[in-house]
Design a protein around this ligand. Sequence first.
Ligand SMILES: Nc1ccn([C@@H]2O[C@H](COP(=O)(O)OP(=O)(O)OP(=O)(O)O)[C@@H](O)[C@H]2O)c(=O)n1
Length: 499
Amino acid sequence: MSAQREMKEKNPWPTPVTIIIIIVIGVIAIVALVTVAVLQNKSVPQKYKYGIVLDAGSSHTALYIYQWPAEKDNNTGRVEQTHSCKVKGKGISSYASEPWKAGESLKECMGEAENTVPKERAHETPLYLGATAGMRLLDIVNSSASKNVFQAVEKALQNSPFSYQGARILSGQEEGAFGWVTVNYLDDRLKQGLKTTGALDLGGASTQISFISDNFDGSESPINSVNFRLYGNDYNLYTHSFLCYGKDQVLKMVLANQTQSGATTVLDPCFHSGYNETKNYSVLYDSPCVSGRKPQEAPEKFDHIGKGNFQECQKAVKSVFNFTFCKHSRCSFNGVFQPPLQGPFGAFSAYYFVMNFLNLTDTSMPLETVKQKLSQYCGTSWDKIKRQHPTVNVKYLAEYCFSGTYILTLLTEGYDFTAETYSNIKFIKKIKGSDAGWTLGYMLNLTNMIPAEAPDSPPLPHAGYVSIVTLMTILLIGLLLFVALRIFWPRCSKKTQIV
Ligand SMILES: Nc1ccn([C@@H]2O[C@H](COP(=O)(O)OP(=O)(O)OP(=O)(O)O)[C@@H](O)[C@H]2O)c(=O)n1
């Protein structure tokens, strides 16, 4: 047979039935992938767990409610402040002579807590009360009065629907350390093992400084050392709390220094000219921070008259610091060891209230300019100040010149911030919606919400998972398009074959 050339067209692809099956499987696969991706990323209605902390400070009590995703309380969910309530009236230590009022005072804020925490969560919501320097001082002068106040407070809290976990006085060291934990937790520095921020807390009766220093391992002054292991990282924190160095007690100490002669008139450079109030010697000297120093021949009252002079005020404030003795290699003041300052600092509580009022929270402003502005403010007459701030509580208003001067003196002379390092301080009230202060750190610690070791990460991060699903979907669509082209435009896929 002679060689015959037979031109024969042959389609190399599967039959239409096979192709339809492939398309159907492909479509099902895409639908399944998209459904899974959508379901994975769908925002399910979030359920929360709650925790409540009462900060019983020297000047006032505040209630904070925290929440975190219920399914993530195995240390991975973010805890955030969802509500806060300022208790009306003074701090619980001021109810020493009528303790039942301390319990009564909490009722309004406890009511707000009941309205905030869902009823079904209340019984499992831990409730803590921590008292700070006001109660520390009361405990020193009258421990039975302090016990009575706690009893009254406990009674009020035990009657709440929450899971009451107890009320106690925090040590100054705890107050400093938990403030540091709060700031660094909220900044996400702990989980990521980043360099930490120091914490500066100024209250009414005490002040705290806490930071990590490469030059501090706790050996020189063990009482200033707190060790943590958090998310797999070790921290050796330097912390110190100065009792009596909160701004209300320092004001008493400065005034005590000015009234040692038992005078009936005191010309005070830290108060505005035109300020004139009659005050009681016994009220001024009622605190253990100045007790024993009341002049023997003191009259009942004295006229507290403002002079409005920043430089003189600085001198008067400096007189409450002792810089002359130090048995360590270096000290801040009053013989307290302090390693060299290191890193950025967050300054909160009264640091923020005062500097914010004075419009001096911008620390990029040269320190000299800050002093000039404060000097100008202190030199303004009391009448003008009152006219300029008609809505501000007059008690606070009268003290801002003194408070600003004390803050600058404490930071620069006390802790040794310089013109260069002053800009390392950031005056803060809140971080990502939660107040800076010891309460959050305290709750995180008591509820074991910060693990010592880093939690295991999932085999695939969320972003990786979404990328893989997207890639596979694109590939499948491409494959289906390719197959469809082959079917509907067969010529594109036909090749002339020579058999
Ligand atoms: N707008 C405001 C609010 C408060 N203050 C002052 O800030 C201090 C209160 O700070 P805070 O952190 O609330 O202190 P306490 O917790 O009351 O005090 P401590 O921690 O020492 O017990 C008080 O001196 C108060 O007069 C202020 O100057 N301006």
